[in-house]
Design a binder for this molecule. Structure first.
Ligand code: PMP
Length: 327
């Protein structure tokens, strides 16, 4: 799919979720100073664990560093591989990729109005709010419903810092939950591969074990740099949330496609009738989006709002021509 897109050389790349806002200069400066390249512990450097623990209001022993949220997800899905693993549809394709390489079964929970899932089956849930691909967050009552039925919640909160509606983490309502966190999106550094798992100590130990068997040591210079500039997080959170919220507002105004208003992240997931056709027609007009089939729903497309407003406005015009013939 991505090769197809690259070969066609679209003017607007609204497909993968690569944030376009520049990384914070303080972080780049701290990275320049982080010149110690030795191995570190599999659970992460003490200063990194302390910094993340402070953000989450937990103890450092409840934090493990991971080489990107993806590795945290892999570690947790591996830990719960023998349980009934469930995730709402539409889903982040990474869950399916991880389940496939590990030979883990993954069940899907259907969603209704506003992309709200019906949590009734007992099991270990992998949930992601603010959500990729829909951008929605769950109301607190739904999060309560989730923790009441789940034996454990793996809460993928990669977008928790990009939020414009009230957000409740399952970890606030239950101790049977672990948060997968990442600096990829909030700091616009997906290539640096740094994130964390925040959860019960026994779960965190299993993540360190998984690290040891795979990456062994999450990148230490990045851990040092992030720990040094962690104080900028509240300001950065406000800045990126404002920027992406504005783009979502623009989409609501300019796009002639029907979609649920996002409460966070930087995606919208409009219904277009035939997602594959919309993808093809948009690509012909120089705009790449991703067909909803990748997320388990062929009738939709995912649009990543990763360009400045004037360029987005131009892309939306093309999308209206290409895809607005749907329902
Ligand atoms: N979860 C979700 C829902 C994502 O969208 C992404 C990245 N696109 C990830 C996890 C993984 O992010 P990373 O490994 O860069 O932290």
């Amino acid at each position: 799919m991505l090769e197809r897109i690259r070969a066609s050389g679209p003017r607007h790349r609204l497909d993968i979720g690569d944030p376009d806002l520049p990384p914070p200069p303080e972080l780049l400066e701290a990275l320049g100073r982080a010149r110690d390249f030795r191995y570190g512990p599999p659970e992460g450097l003490p200063e990194f664990r302390e910094a993340v623990a402070e953000v989450f209001g937990v103890e450092p022993g409840e934090v493990a560093a991971v080489a990107g949220g993806r590795l945290g997800l892999a570690a947790l899905m591996w830990k719960f591989r023998r349980e009934r693993l469930l995730t709402p549809r539409p889903f982040y394709p990474g869950y399916l990729e991880i389940a496939e390489v590990f030979g883990i079964g993954l069940g899907f929970v259907e969603t209704g109005v506003g992309w709200l899932p019906n949590f009734s089956e007992r099991g270990v849930y992998v949930v992601n709010y603010p959500n990729n691909p829909t951008g929605v967050v769950l109301p607190r009552a739904k999060v309560r419903e989730l923790v009441d039925v789940a034996s454990f919640v793996i809460s993928d909160e990669i977008y928790r810092d990009i939020v414009f509606a009230e957000f409740t983490s399952p970890a606030e309502l239950s101790s049977s939950a672990a948060v997968v966190y990442s600096f990829s999106k909030v700091f616009s550094i997906p290539g640096l591969r740094i994130g964390a798992v925040v959860g019960p100590r026994d779960v965190v130990k299993e993540v360190a074990k998984f690290n040891k068997a795979t990456v062994n040591v999450p990148p230490t210079p990045v851990q040092r740099a992030v720990a040094e500039v962690i104080h900028i997080l509240p300001r950065r959170r406000a800045e990126v949330s404002r920027a992406y919220a504005e783009r979502a507002r623009l989409a609501a105004e300019a796009l002639k496609l029907k979609f649920v208003e996002p409460g966070g992240a930087f995606y919208i997931f409009p219904e277009v009738g035939d997602g594959d056709k919309c993808f093809e027609e948009a690509l012909k007009r120089g705009v790449s989006v991703l067909p909803g089939g990748l997320y388990g729903l062929k009738s939709h497309v995912r649009i990543a709002l990763v360009e400045e407003a004037p360029r987005l406005a131009e892309a939306f015009k093309a999308l209206n021509e290409a895809c607005a013939g749907g329902p």
